[in-house]
Design a binder for this molecule. Structure first.
Ligand code: SAM
Length: 248
């Protein structure tokens, strides 16, 4: 996959994308992350990209010319154009999976008050928001999208790091994890994880995954399809949690 990122701050992407899984994915040829400084496309004699808003008001607005020219330069037939915006559709693991199947992404990062409305319209951009809050610029949002998408490209994560059991991939939050030492500040690792009984361990993990989701994100259960075993586990969880409440 190729990811072009149109930004006023290309240097923000260099350090981030050279490290860890993104760095490895780039070195192995799974993904190329290419920050493009769209200021360099400005035809203004001062290389300016922003102007005051028509109609008055605070702040500056990024004008259409540099972005439209920059996209024309990097666009391919397969390109999907994503405009990072707090007003876009909500980014999620499902959207990350959808984007991970594309060959070419062009991510556009806004700044100031945002981007002239005609850019999104002319490019047929898919506007994507990483959450209901306003960032100063689209760069942190683009980094979130790049990271979440890259780890889903087949081959990027080895078997040991597989994303298939990650939170949201299964429709549930993932089970808790433990590592050495067995005992830490009076708290021990659940016995079943030390038992060597893989079937029991899998069952425990699935039950704890259901418990976490039930307690922390019950909204996710609305679209989860329960097996008979899940139903019986949920009944056990409810009884256990009720007992725990009574003991407290
Ligand atoms: N005035 C705009 C509004 O109220 O909708 C917000 C502009 S924001 C200060 C500047 C840029 O940051 C946006 O153009 C967008 O690229 C990016 N941005 C801010 N919040 C974001 C979010 N939640 N998700 C994605 N991008 C965001």
């Amino acid at each position: 996959m190729k990811i072009d990122v149109l930004t006023l701050f290309p240097e923000l992407f260099e350090a981030f994308s050279a490290e860890s899984i993104l760095g490895r994915a780039q070195n192995a040829g799974y993904v190329t992350i290419n920050p493009v400084d769209f200021r360099s496309y400005s035809t203004d004699k001062h290389n300016s990209v922003d102007e005051p808003p028509f109609g008055g008001g605070a702040g500056m607005v990024i004008g259409p010319q540099p972005l439209i020219d920059a996209v024309a330069d990097v666009r391919t037939e397969e390109a999907s154009i994503i405009l990072l915006s707090p007003q876009g559709r909500k980014f999620s693991q499902e959207v990350a999976q959808e984007l991970a199947e594309k060959e070419h992404l062009i991510l556009i990062c806004g700044h100031y008050e945002g981007i002239d409305e005609r850019v999104s319209m002319l490019l047929g951009a898919d506007e994507v928001s990483i959450g209901d809050y306003v960032l100063t610029g689209g760069e942190p949002a683009a980094l979130v999208v790049i990271d979440a998408v890259t780890r889903l490209i087949p081959g990027v994560l080895g078997n040991r790091e597989s994303a298939s059991a990650d939170s949201f991939s299964t429709g549930l939050l993932e089970h808790p994890h433990y590592t050495r030492p067995r005992e830490f500040m009076g708290n021990s690792v659940p016995d079943v994880l030390l038992s060597g009984n893989h079937k029991e361990i899998e069952l425990w993990r699935h039950k704890e995954s259901l418990r976490r989701t039930f307690k922390r994100r019950p909204d996710l259960l609305n679209s989860y399809s329960f097996s008979e075993q899940d139903r019986s586990l949920i009944r056990q969880i409810v009884a256990e949690e009720f007992d725990r409440l009574e003991q407290d």
